[in-house]
Write a protein that binds this ligand. Structure first.
Ligand code: ATP
Ligand code: MG
Length: 574
């Protein structure tokens, strides 16, 4: 990894980001004996999205950079929402991004016994109590940041009674929601997190790892900091919303341990992208409501969706590196992510010709039944690129948009009486436009100049335009899924700005986010395999979908060629 990050202008600055600076300083001071240990702590309640990818790149990246280690830990404290399907997909996604947790795969549920013991210790020291009130009653007593909360009527129970009730909670004597264990901290604290937060709740639910052993589960806040402590994490990197939880994590650790060592929590701004919703809850809503075809629908901002769409791990890692680490919330232009994808695919993807919206062209002076080979280059970005063979014949398809009947002067493609170059083949001239009875153009009759074959060395004339094409009899028909943004609003959660915050994000779904067409693809693609990535020349980057087979090729459009980010950058440099 290099240590450059970029500001909004996309200009690379070679410097340590603020988290790296903190770690660098700690190492110089000899803190933790120079050891660096981070972790990525997902809750297995959904598939990972691009925001998680940012956090993964950051945590694993810090470990790589400082010769440290990074754990994968599932924060699985809420069995009702969690599932092994998610546990598995998360591991697959992290590996695909190119990171390795070695043998350090952990679960917060591994620590349930220890956490329970710590809870008992707090009760015994008079620092925790069982509250018999409902969640609503407790919440009504919390107060506001400027108004102190009210103490619970159960706050001053005896230690014996608290211990007895907590054991009975554990033994399954009480219904869900009838009691909670709360820390006894300070109902007047200006930090709401410290107003006697819940530590344990009752949930008669099966856990994907601990089965039916427990019917009480620790709150995330009572598990997270301790899990970091148990794993000897040196740097707990998390997103800004946890800043206000930090004093609580510290309070818990102060009560239960007496070592010097503490993980240092540092917060950074979560990644937000334009035209994207990022919360797992909302993504789950899209999946369950069949607004998309599953978590890996290529329109989803999930890692699995991007993978299926044809994004590469490198493009996501480069993007994460480019946007750097911010201390304040901001929204990144999704065009920058798409730019990173193009940049990587430009180097890697072989070129092929495919026509998405075909218009038939008959080359009237070309012999009937004859086919000849033209030579194309696989990848002009690769010096050692191999060549490919493309058949040419009397009937070809060109893109409907490459022809105009009443063309303005500056239209450099095909028009009546005008000449254009067919990429890797000949110049053709449009002689006649054939229409059906209602006037739709159905075919063009052209002539070719046999002295203009590409690569032959005899071409003496010039034409302004070059277009792509495929030969009709050998072209493969392929189902092609043209994806567009899933949302029409730049901020789908709040299309009218902050004031419209409660608008339903689903109102901003793009009805045209998927258009399925049949494209005609050059025959070199006949053995294409799922996940293969290509550039359809002049059109965009495409990848072979997992639904594709030898009988029926299926392509996903990864991203169009037009790069709005690069354009914006060029403009801003002018
Ligand atoms: P969401 O709110 O989208 O459901 P989450 O924060 O609840 O996400 P977790 O599984 O708890 O998801 O997150 C695992 C890690 O990923 C956490 O450290 C969290 O801070 C980080 N993370 C989640 N979303 C983002 C984001 N948009 N940008 C950066 N990091 C994120
Ligand atoms: Mg969460």
């Amino acid at each position: 990894m290099n240590n450059s990050s970029a500001g909004e202008d996309g200009v690379k600055k070679s410097s340590l980001n603020f988290i790296e600076q903190i770690i660098d300083k700690e190492i110089k001071e000899g803190k933790h004996g120079g050891r660096v240990h981070t972790r990525f702590p997902p809750e297995p309640n959904g598939y990972l999205h691009i925001g998680h990818a940012k956090s993964i790149c950051l945590n694993f990246g810090l470990a790589e950079k400082f010769n440290g280690l990074c754990n994968l830990r599932f924060d699985d404290t809420n069995p009702v929402k969690e599932d092994v399907e998610y546990v598995e997909s998360i591991q697959e996604d992290i590996k695909w991004l190119g990171f390795d947790w070695g043998n350090r795969l952990y679960y917060a549920s591994d620590y349930f016994d220890q956490l329970f013991e710590w809870a008992v210790k707090l009760i015994k020291e008079g620092k925790a109590y069982v509250d018999d009130q409902s969640a609503e009653e407790i919440s009504a007593q919390r107060g506001t940041p400027s108004k102190p909360g009210d103490e619970s009527p159960y706050r001053n129970r005896s230690i014996e009674e608290n211990l007895d009730l907590f054991m009975r909670m554990k033994n399954g004597e009480f219904e869900d929601g009838t009691r909670v264990l709360r820390a006894k901290i300070d109902m007047d604290s200006p930090n709401m997190q410290l107003r006697d937060p819940a530590m344990y709740r009752i949930k008669h639910a099966h856990h994907h790892r601990t089965g039916d052993k427990w019917c009480i589960y620790p709150m995330y806040d009572f598990a997270h900091g301790q899990s970091d402590y148990i794993e000897r994490i040196t740097n707990s990197v998390c997103t800004l919303e946890f800043e206000v939880h930090r004093p609580l994590y510290d309070w818990y650790l102060d009560q239960i341990i007496d070592t010097e060592y503490r993980p240092l929590q540092t917060e950074f701004a979560r990644l937000n992208l334009t035209y994207t919703v990022m919360s797992k809850r909302k993504l789950l809503e899209l999946v369950e409501g069949n607004y998309v075809n599953g978590w890996d629908d290529p329109r989803m901002p999930t890692i699995s969706g991007f993978r299926r769409r044809g994004y590469t791990p490198e493009s996501i890692r480069n993007f994460a590196e480019r946007i750097g680490v911010a201390k304040r919330d901001n929204i990144i232009d999704v065009a920058l992510l798409e730019h990173s994808v193009r940049e990587d695919l430009n180097k890697k993807a072989n070129r092929v010709m495919a026509v998405l919206d075909p218009l038939k062209v008959v080359i009237t002076n070309y012999p009937e039944g004859q086919l000849e080979d033209c030579e194309g280059i696989m990848n002009p970005e690769d010096e050692n690129s191999e060549k490919r063979t493309i058949p040419f014949g009397r009937e070809i398809y060109i893109e409907r948009s490459d022809f105009m009947e009443d063309a303005p002067k500056k239209f450099f493609r095909l028009a009546p009486g005008r000449e254009v170059r067919l990429k890797y083949a000949y110049f053709i001239k449009c002689e006649e436009v054939i229409k059906d009875e209602v006037g739709n153009i159905i075919e063009l009759h052209c002539t070719y100049d046999k002295n203009t074959k590409s690569g032959s060395g005899n071409v003496t004339r010039k034409v302004k335009g070059t277009i792509h094409w495929v030969e009709c009899s050998t072209a493969i028909e392929a189902e092609t899924r043209l994806y567009d943004r899933l949302f029409t609003a730049e901020n789908p959660d709040s299309p009218g700005g902050e004031q419209a915050k409660d608008g339903n994000f689903k109102d901003n779904l793009n009805p045209d986010s998927l258009k399925t067409i049949t494209a005609f693809v050059e025959p070199s693609m006949k053995d294409a395999q799922p996940m293969d990535k290509v550039q359809f020349e002049r059109t965009g980057y495409f990848c072979v979908d997992k639904d594709s087979s030898a009988e029926k090729l299926v392509f996903n459009r990864t991203v169009a060629l037009r790069d709005s980010w690069a354009k914006k950058m060029r403009k801003s440099l002018r």
